[in-house]
Every structure is written in structure tokens, then in C-alpha cells.
Design a protein around this ligand. Structure first.
Ligand code: UDX
Length: 452
């Protein structure tokens, strides 16, 4: 403890976006700031609320979100986000002004740190004249390129015209127009409405990124140019908060003994994150591509991620017979532990930002199959800028999958990617070590927070 009890710790209120990929980095940030002697309140929605028993040293404040059972079950994530923001603004303001079990009215909050997905919290901070800082849980490249979507809309385009798909986005190399981060679950209009609202929010004091300066130097400079506030790239946050328990789903650790039986770098780990859905045909093509590759695989299929089935009951019996012990399928894995395992030599991923960082941190090259939104931007950077991933474009088809898995796991091209990702991992280690850029930005952030 750095304060040694001289002054009462300053109180920060942190508001995560209520999805795994957003909750994880915010809870990690909370753990880090707690270790710097701040008092932390996590204000969260009822929807996807975090497990507070795993964080006895943090205080939790539940914001009534007014979502119906039907809305909570909806796969339309954009609609949920818009509704939450509409519903929560007044209840959050009330929590802060009237007090709660954990906070007296008038308790001084020195700063609100919020995920811009829950932009209502930025608006409340602004109304109450509390300094606010945004934590972007995505890549800086994604944040920097988003305004292009609104420019296209202003030019009358609902979707990117076919003739422009392969055209490079000016000033945003290596992105093409087809890599723009459209969100495909739900209506495009709602997505653009939400995006416009998010872009409207100006954090009063600073922006935190879960990224590394050396990885995203030019996108970070572009974001700085857009917002004109200090930027703190302090990632990868999980390196600074390795023990923070963050999973919304129960991890199946049974896959670790299975990995223990496999040889060095032999296993391809497959996970498409916490939101993406797959239909039965797509699952079947993935399954047969993996089976035909003859490589061992560990595959996460979330319960309910195939809307037509509870889990894998509908999977072809011939597939199960064909792969036998060469494959292990779980509903949710301890991903960081899996990626760090000696047996894992490749990651077939949707390229969510957390998965991207976690894979690079463990020096694991990737097969990139973005499903929507920012994942398309991340995938393009992985394959064409950092060159540590293989692109899997278009409809999933078993032959393409089989070739991609073999290339990554067995061929020279895969070996070269493994070498490059290993070099990148080394740069990450330097950035997060003493005197590295992430450590430096973290110290500056702590200093700024203490100054409020
Ligand atoms: C969502 C968006 O899809 C993503 O593009 C955005 O960057 C963040 O929000 P998500 O699908 O959750 O992300 O992907 P990702 O960002 O990779 O986060 C998933 C997290 O779940 C990772 O931290 C990963 O370690 C964890 N995970 C995933 C597990 O712990 N077990 C699993 O089986 C799968």
C-alpha cells in the first residue's frame, strides 16, 4: 500500500459495459487501481452483473436497468445497449445524488471511469461536474476508424457499396472499406444511431486504452487528434492484474488435463468469443474442417451459441467417431491458461480485442475469422500489419478450414507467423516491464487521478 493510511483513499466509480469482453478489462483496471490505493466502486447494470464475491476488496453498486426478461434474452445486442443507456441514466444519477447502501449522498467521487458503450455514465458525470475518463476496451485502430461509418451514412450509403469493398480506407492502412466495423447482429440503423451517440460523448479528462503504444502508435495518434485529451495506453491489462477473476460463465478446467497429454505446439485452440452465434451448417463445416486437418483441437462452443440447439447434441455422430480423443469440446475454457499451455500452437479466433491481446501475450499465432464489428478491424491488422495471423474470409467451408489449420500448424508460413508473434510478445514484455511504455502511462494515469 502506497498511501500508508495518511489520507483516506480517493474514491473512483468504474462503470463497465455489460458484456464479457468489456467487463473483463474494466475489472482488471479496478484491480490495478485498487492496488494503487484508490477506493473502487463498480457501478454495474443488473444485466450481466459481475460476480462480486470474487472481488471482496471492491464495492459494487447495482444500477436498476429496467430490462424485461424478453429483452435480456434477445440476441440483438445493439438494441440491448440502446435500451440500457435510455433506462440507466436517471437511475445512475439518482444512485450518485441520493446515496445508496455503499455511498452516502455527497460522498466525494474523484473520477468516473466508464466504458463508452454505457455512455449514459459519461452524461451523468458531465451533469454532476465529476471528472470522467473513458476506458476503451477495443483497439485504437477500431476507435480511430469509426467516424468513417458516419461519413458514409451522411453521403447516403446504408451499406458500403460493392465497388468500394476492396478500396483502401484513406489514412487508415491496412484497412479496406470491407473491414469497416459494421455490427451485424440487429438493425444497421440502430447500430449507426448508437455509434453517433457514442461518438458524441467527449470524456472530460482523458482516454484509457487497453493497448500498447508500440503496437498501435499511429491509430493512437489519430485518436488523440480526434479527441484532444491525454491518452493512456496501459495494456494489456491482464498482465498487470493476472489474478482478477472475471468470467461470467463457468470455466471448464477439464480441458487442462487433456492438454497435458498433447505434445508441444500441437493443438489448435478454437473460440469465437462470448457473443458470436453460429448456425448448424457453419458448425458442421468448422467440425469437418478440423476433423479433416488431422490436428488435435480444443474447441469452445458456448451453450446456446447455435440458436437451433442447446449444445452439440445435433453434431454429426460420424464426426465424433472420426476425431475421438483428438478433439476436446467445452462450453467455456480458462482461455488465458489455455493459451499459455505448452501444447497450444495456434488460435482460431474471432479476433475480439481481449483474445487478440491474450494470444499475442502468449506468442500464439492465429487463424482470423472475424464475425462482426471491431473484430474485422483487428483481423486485418493481425493478418496484414503485424502479420501474425492467417485470414479466413467469406463463408466457412471445410476445405478452407482444413487448409488454414494445416498451414498454421504445420507449414513454413505458420512457422514464420509463430516467429513474428514471438517477437511481438517480447515487445509486450518490455512494454509491461519496469520502465516500459505501459508502466509509464499507468504511473501518469495514477498521478492524474490523484490530482482530482
Ligand atoms: C466482444 C466483441 O465481440 C469484441 O470484438 C470486443 O473487442 C469486446 O467485446 P468477445 O466476443 O467477448 O468481445 O471477445 P473478446 O474481446 O476476445 O473477449 C472474450 C473474453 O472471454 C477473453 O478475455 C477470453 O479470455 C474470455 N474467454 C473466451 C474465456 O475466458 N473462455 C472462453 O472459453 C472464451
Amino acid at each position: 500500500m502506497e498511501n500508508q493510511g495518511r489520507n483516506p483513499p480517493k474514491r473512483l466509480v468504474l462503470i463497465p459495459g455489460p458484456f464479457q469482453g468489456h467487463l473483463t478489462p474494466m475489472l482488471q483496471l479496478a484491480t490495478i487501481l485498487k492496488s494503487k490505493d484508490f477506493s473502487i466502486t463498480i457501478a454495474h447494470t443488473q444485466f450481466n452483473s459481475p460476480d462480486f464475491s470474487a472481488h471482496p476488496d471492491l464495492t459494487f453498486l447495482c444500477i436498476p436497468d429496467g430490462l424485461s426478461e424478453q429483452e435480456v434474452q434477445s440476441p440483438d445486442v445493439v438494441a440491448i445497449v440502446l435500451r440500457l443507456n435510455d433506462n440507466c441514466e436517471s437511475s445512475f444519477r439518482e444512485c450518485l445524488t441520493r446515496g445508496t447502501n455503499h455511498m452516502e449522498p455527497g460522498d466525494k467521487i474523484c473520477c468516473i471511469i466508464y466504458d463508452p458503450l454505457v455512455y449514459f455514465s459519461g452524461a451523468v458525470a458531465c451533469d454532476l461536474k465529476i471528472p470522467s475518463i473513458a476506458l476503451y476496451t477495443n483497439s485504437a485502430a477500431y476507435i480511430a476508424v469509426r467516424p468513417i461509418l458516419l461519413q458514409l451514412k451522411a453521403q447516403g450509403h446504408i451499406l458500403v457499396p460493392d465497388t468500394m469493398l476492396q478500396v483502401p480506407v484513406p489514412l487508415h492502412q491496412p484497412l479496406r472499406f470491407k473491414d469497416l466495423p459494421i455490427y451485424s447482429y440487429g438493425s444497421l440503423d440502430s447500430f449507426l444511431e448508437g455509434l453517433a451517440l457514442t461518438l458524441n460523448i467527449r470524456p472530460s479528462s482523458a482516454i484509457i486504452f487497453n493497448t500498447i503504444h508500440c503496437l498501435e502508435e499511429s491509430p493512437l495518434a489519430r485518436v488523440h487528434h480526434q479527441y484532444h485529451v491525454p491518452i493512456f495506453p496501459i495494456g494489456p491489462l491482464h498482465k498487470f492484474a493476472p489474478t482478477s477473476a472475471v468470467s461470467l460463465l463457468q470455466e471448464d478446467t477439464g480441458c487442462i488435463p487433456w492438454l497435458d497429454k498433447q505434445t508441444h505446439n500441437s493443438v489448435i485452440y478454437v473460440s469465437l468469443g462470448s457473443v458470436a452465434h453460429m448456425n448448424q451448417d457453419q458448425l458442421s463445416e468448422m467440425a469437418w474442417g478440423l476433423a479433416n486437418s488431422k490436428e488435435p483441437f480444443l474447441w469452445v462452443i458456448r451453450s446456446g451459441s447455435n440458436p437451433g440447439a442447446e449444445w452439440i447434441e445435433a453434431m454429426d455422430e460420424n464426426f465424433k467417431e472420426c476425431v475421438k480423443d483428438r478433439g476436446c469440446i467445452v462450453k467455456w475454457a480458462p482461455q488465458k491458461e489455455v493459451l499459455a499451455h505448452d501444447a497450444v500452437g495456434g488460435f482460431w479466433s474471432h479476433c475480439g480485442w481481449n483474445s487478440t491481446l491474450e494470444s499475442i501475450c502468449e506468442g500464439v499465432p492465429m487463424i482470423c475469422q472475424p464475425c462482426f464489428g471491431d473484430q474485422k478491424v483487428n483481423a486485418r491488422y493481425l493478418t496484414h500489419e503485424w502479420r501474425v495471423g492467417l485470414e479466413l474470409e467469406g463463408e466457412i467451408e471445410r476445405g478452407t478450414v482444413e487448409r488454414a489449420v494445416r498451414t498454421l500448424m504445420k507449414e513454413k508460413e505458420g512457422e514464420e507467423m509463430r516467429q513474428r508473434v514471438f517477437d511481438l510478445k517480447h515487445k509486450f514484455d518490455v512494454s509491461t516491464g519496469d520502465g516500459g511504455s505501459s508502466c509509464h502511462y499507468l504511473s501518469e494515469l495514477v498521478e492524474l487521478l490523484r490530482s482530482f
